[in-house]
Structures are given as structure tokens and as C-alpha cells.
Design a protein around this ligand. Structure first.
Ligand SMILES: [Zn+2]
Length: 79
């Protein structure tokens, strides 16, 4: 019975942590890759076509499809 506990603690836990870090790194790398594409001037800037609105509360610019202002949380009703 102690052998099972030993296996769980000394093999299962490090394996779980290792997997967690691999997934975390993969996600981070994915985000970095996405940022590179966004920063590349050759890539068509499709995100620029999204209509921007100015928040009536803090004067911060944000996309029209955001339900709330990302800067202050103010709900901007554009309709
Ligand atoms: Zn705002």
C-alpha cells in the first residue's frame, strides 16, 4: 500500500506539474505567435476594420462589439 502512495506522490505529481507547464508554455507560445502575426505589417490588418467607439465615461477607445468599456467597465449603448 505504501508503494502505491509512493508512486502517486513521486511520479504522479511531478508528471502532472510537467504536463501543466507544457500546456502553459504551449499556450504562451501560441499567444506569442499570434502577436507576431498581428505585428507583421505584411499581414492584412483585419482587426482595423472593426468600428471603434469612444467611451462616454473615460474617453477610452474600444471596439464596437465590446459590451463594456475595457478601460473603466462603463456600458456604452450605441443603439
Ligand atoms: Zn470607459
Amino acid at each position: 500500500m505504501e508503494t502505491v502512495l509512493f508512486l502517486i506522490v513521486f511520479i504522479g505529481v511531478p508528471t502532472f506539474i510537467l504536463l501543466y507547464w507544457i500546456i502553459k508554455l504551449a499556450v504562451r507560445q501560441g499567444i506569442l505567435e499570434a502577436n507576431k502575426i498581428m505585428q507583421n505589417p505584411k499581414t492584412p490588418k483585419t482587426y482595423d476594420s472593426i468600428t471603434k467607439i469612444i467611451c462616454t465615461n473615460c474617453d477610452g477607445e474600444h471596439d464596437l462589439d465590446w459590451p463594456k468599456c475595457p478601460h473603466c467597465g462603463h456600458i456604452n449603448k450605441m443603439i
